[in-house]
Unconditional design. Structure first.
Length: 133
């Protein structure tokens, strides 16, 4: 969990009364992002997110997308980060057909998991280069 996530979730909470977070399971993340992800296991990620005062529930899903979960919950508002457009947000058509709306929260620049991994990798490489054997 980094500042970009906190920003997105806090803004998402402003759009409704109850914030339910759909979270990819470990298997889902590995399938989408590769064997080196997720950086933290699903229990840790879910527990940290659930600890945020504005999050009312965290639901894990194993699939590549949360479409079945979205259909089951049928939220009034579906929120995604600014790296998406409405046309490629899974569940946007379902939510709008049910009378809901889709909101996109602009991303905080420089705060992504990939950026964090890259910075750690660079720092580790720099540290290893400067250390004497």
């Amino acid at each position: 969990l980094h500042l970009g996530h906190v920003h997105l979730l806090s803004k998402a909470a402003d759009f409704g009364d109850i914030l339910v977070v759909a979270l990819n399971s470990d298997a889902s993340v590995r399938n989408l992002k590769g064997i080196n992800r997720p950086l933290q296991d699903e229990t840790t990620r879910a527990s940290i997110i659930a600890s945020l005062f504005y999050v009312k529930a965290v639901v894990l899903f194993d699939e590549d997308t949360p479409i079945e979960l979205i259909k089951m919950i049928s939220p009034d508002v579906l929120v995604k980060g600014g790296d998406y457009s409405i046309e490629n947000i899974v569940g946007s058509e379902w939510v709008t057909r049910q009378g809901g709306r889709v909101e996109i929260v602009p991303l905080l620049k420089g705060y992504s998991s990939s950026d964090l991994v890259n910075r750690i990798t660079i720092e580790r490489e720099n540290y290893n280069i400067t250390q004497k054997p």
